[in-house]
Design a protein around this ligand. Structure first.
Ligand code: GLN
Length: 492
């Protein structure tokens, strides 16, 4: 296999080539940079490159291989890091003007783990500003184009991470998911995206959007790669008080288990109406596949889903308004140069530094938390959040995993929803509840629609049941045999 082909494969094939010395980690990394050079002017997946670090890491991997030492399972595998996760001495911008010149003073815990595993970080991947959005059109710097069709959005907010993997500009990626931001881009770009159980992965060094919902997770070409990357990043962290004190299992251990007797529940409210016909067919076909694999199919009703968007947009904006208060021109990044006094400096810095969507959310959240409205909005939303969790608890007494589309439709045209935030918010109808409930959820490609755009199926499991989730996804992947090669991968 030549190296141009190799960069479009899964980590498994790349590792084999590394171990067999058919290619060096340095050559692999350089080939990925060549692809970035060739396509990223069009795709826009990266805000910045971290070449020095990537090359240095690749060389360390080669040294180990040369000395006959064992290397970690993902050592030498090129990774795209969402630009809201710190990598020491490199920029972290969250795709916001307010952090445009910010250099990370420390490593996020996940980044330290990447370093310990000698995983080369190719660059910092574009995103919706502060991870707020579903299309990556809210980046203050540039939009990201979907490698399957350059006129379509890649999904958001981790659009750069997904587009990078999809276009051969990285093999694996890390994104963050507050309401669907890993799963939606994975869905739109024909990739696997996994949001782990809340607390499974440390959030230390991730720029906070909504702290009770945010989780870092993998975006990859295969289910096995997602499991391998989760092995790297998960585990308790004393620097994050919400990280779970649980020793993570080997997430690859159950991948190949057969599905006889496994109970798969399809979510009635998401699988009965509102989908595009192609998505609906793909969901039906997946249900049939699971039947043929020996799973038991059960209908599950989650009636509170209809409130989930409203609940999410109260809680997420409330937390965001508080988290983003720290960007005041004093401590980090941008400061206005026309202030008359301290208050004026705060106001102008924030007015000039934040984009429209971020401002909209800060205003919404501040309103929801203000005295007189707190009980009516924030408290009500928290009460409903509890009920949503209860619905899931009851569902998981009956089934092992829940199935639905990841999104009722495939990727939409760039520009088609920017003027209408509510219709943008609705793209998250299927993904948001997993964050409210803290459960793990995954998107896996199951086919293409008539216009050639990828369709994603969402699977969800109870807290800490990632192994089951990955197993159920892996068995479907074996049948679907999705071909994740995109037109952009062949642009070189
Ligand atoms: N699209 C959702 C939002 O705009 C989710 C974003 C996310 O998961 N970071 O808030």
């Amino acid at each position: 296999m030549n190296i141009k082909e190799l960069i479009t494969k899964s980590s498994k094939e790349q590792r084999e080539a590394l171990i067999n010395k058919e290619v060096s980690a340095l050559e692999l990394t350089n080939a990925v940079y060549e692809q970035v050079e060739a396509v990223d002017g069009t795709i826009g997946a990266y805000n910045s490159l971290t070449k020095e670090y990537a090359i240095e890491t690749a060389k360390k991997v080669d040294e180990k291989i040369k000395n006959g030492e064992k290397i970690a399972p993902l050592a030498g595998i090129p990774l795209a890091l969402k630009d809201n996760i710190n990598l020491k001495s490199y920029p972290t911008t969250a795709s916001s003007k307010i952090l445009k010149n910010f250099i990370s003073p420390y490593d996020a815990t996940v980044t330290t783990k990447l370093k310990n595993n000698l995983i080369p970080v190719i660059g910092k991947a574009n995103l919706d500003e502060f991870a707020m959005g579903s299309s990556n059109e809210n980046s203050a710097f540039k939009i990201v184009r979907n490698p399957w069709n350059l006129n379509k959005v890649p999904g958001g907010s981790s659009g750069g991470s997904a587009a990078a993997v999809s276009a051969g500009e990285a093999t694996i990626a890390l994104g963050s998911d507050t309401g669907g931001s890993i799963r939606l881009p994975a869905c739109y770009c024909g990739l696997v995206g996994l949001k782990p159980t809340y607390g499974r992965v440390s959030r230390y060094g991730l720029i906070a959007f909504a702290s009770s919902l945010d989780q870092i997770g993998p975006i990859t070409r295969t289910v096995e790669d997602a499991a391998l990357l989760l092995n790297v990043i998960s585990g308790v962290d004393e620097k994050d008080s919400t990280s779970l004190n649980q020793t993570p299992p080997d997430f690859t251990k159950d991948l190949k288990n057969d599905l006889k007797g496994v109970k798969v529940g399809y979510i009635k409210e998401l699988c009965s109406e509102g989908m595009s016909p192609d998505v609906e067919n793909a969901v039906k076909k997946s249900i049939e596949t699971y039947k043929s694999l020996g799973a038991e199919i059960i209908e599950i009703s989650l009636p509170l889903i209809k409130y989930s968007i409203a609940v999410y947009y109260v809680i997420a904006t409330a937390e965001a308004s508080s988290n983003l208060a720290r960007f005041d021109g004093v401590k980090y990044g941008y400061r206005t140069n026309s202030a008359e006094n301290l208050y004026d400096m705060y106001v102008k810095t924030r007015a000039e530094g934040f984009g429209d969507e971020v401002k909209r959310r800060i205003m919404l959240g501040t309103y929801a938390l203000s005295s007189g409205y707190y009980d009516a909005y924030y408290k009500k939303a928290q009460q409903l959040r509890r009920l949503v969790k209860q619905d899931f608890d009851n569902a998981f007494k009956k089934v092992d995993v829940l199935l639905s589309p990841t999104c009722p439709h495939t990727a939409f045209d760039i520009g088609s929803k920017v003027e209408d935030p509510l219709s943008m918010y609705l793209t998250d109808i299927a993904t948001i509840t997993a964050n409210l409930a803290g459960i793990p959820a995954l998107s896996i490609p199951v086919g293409l629609d008539k216009s050639g755009m990828p369709i994603g199926l969402q699977l969800q499991a109870d807290c800490l049941n990632e192994c089951k989730l990955l197993n159920v996804a892996f068995k479907l992947e074996e049948v679907v045999q999705f071909n994740y090669s995109t037109p952009s991968m062949t642009l070189v």
